[in-house]
Ligand binder design. Sequence first.
Ligand code: NAP
Length: 358
Amino acid sequence: MPKGKKVLIVGTGTIGEPLIHLFTKERKEIGLGEIFFYKRSPLEEEADKVKDMTEAGALLIVENKEKEKKFLELGLYPVGTFPKIAKSVDVIVDCTPEGNKLKEKFYNSLPKVKGFIAQGSEKDFGKPYAWTINDSALTPENRFIQIVSCNTHQMLCVIKSITMAHGYLNLQYGIFTIFRRASDISEDKGILGVEFEKYSHPPYGSHQADDAARVLRTLYKDREFFPISAQALKAPTQLMHTFCFNLELKSGIDLAEARERLCKNPLVAFTKFKSSNKVFARARDSSRSILGRILNQTVFCEQTLGVSDNGLRISGGCFTPQDGNALLSSVAATLWLLDPKTYLEKMKVFDKFLFDKI
Ligand SMILES: NC(=O)c1ccc[n+]([C@@H]2O[C@H](COP(=O)([O-])OP(=O)(O)OC[C@H]3O[C@@H](n4cnc5c(N)ncnc54)[C@H](OP(=O)(O)O)[C@@H]3O)[C@@H](O)[C@H]2O)c1
């Protein structure tokens, strides 16, 4: 049995699957022991996917003995049940759209587990977090952490790179337009035309801007309001979200400085491609990506960067790697929960998956 801390990933969907592979692949490098994953439904059509995970070295657990029989019929071999294994692991990374429900039902009654992480849809699960953005806001009482959504990562990455270079927020106002992909590549659903989404989170507009403000509030505690707003639209594509920003700064910078600030952030990848399909295809084919995922927080479209003459208005466009750009936040939060003193060093292992250019 491998020594080291035990991690349990709950859910094997768009986010859970690559995370299971990422943890399993780098397990030894980052000092982890067993990587368990909990698959709820014994689906015939997903048996191969689960087999890939167990062959990679991850350990399957299921709901109960009754479900175990169904998994066995599919040629899959669970090593235990969720209620039992969940009690014995060090960190649980929830990758379901039901993290808050599972928190009420199970996680709250697991006192020995060091910490719990949930994903974008699970507002108020715990401290909102994005890797490299608000690490300094994590404190020992943060046993529950919510990894904010992919577009929130993207928004925060742009805000951080351009307006927080010197710590304070050099931002008069930020306006963002988010063209969301209608579904994931693994899904059958879709839409025919572009659809506007509601102004659902006043005064920020969309949930992504509201969530970005929640993250910024963990850093700038004395501020109630953050001057950002976003309009989201849904577009008939499955590949990537597309994102336009307009920032008005308090003190101006020139084009070279704006580019330099983006270049300095290793979580920003640059591209000369103009379309999301070109970016998506290149990344999928690259040996650098893991399961075709881009782990950078944003793919910045080089030729879109614009700066006004007085240096106060910066605009640009990016592609959001929606099924990859939040994964490192789950890894960083896990490693932080296990040992805040060593997690930054261990995170360097994942630099090899980051793109400079796509
Ligand atoms: N999709 C993205 O691009 C993306 C990007 C960033 C963040 N997120 C966030 O990540 C989370 C998961 O999204 P996803 O797109 O990965 O979902 P998904 O592809 O639909 O997968 C959901 C997974 O959760 C499992 N599940 C659902 N309810 C469960 C429960 N009560 N108990 C145990 N397992 C349960 C499902 O298991 P079975 O199929 O076995 O039943 C499935 O494996 C959401 O919070 C979402 O907001 C998604």
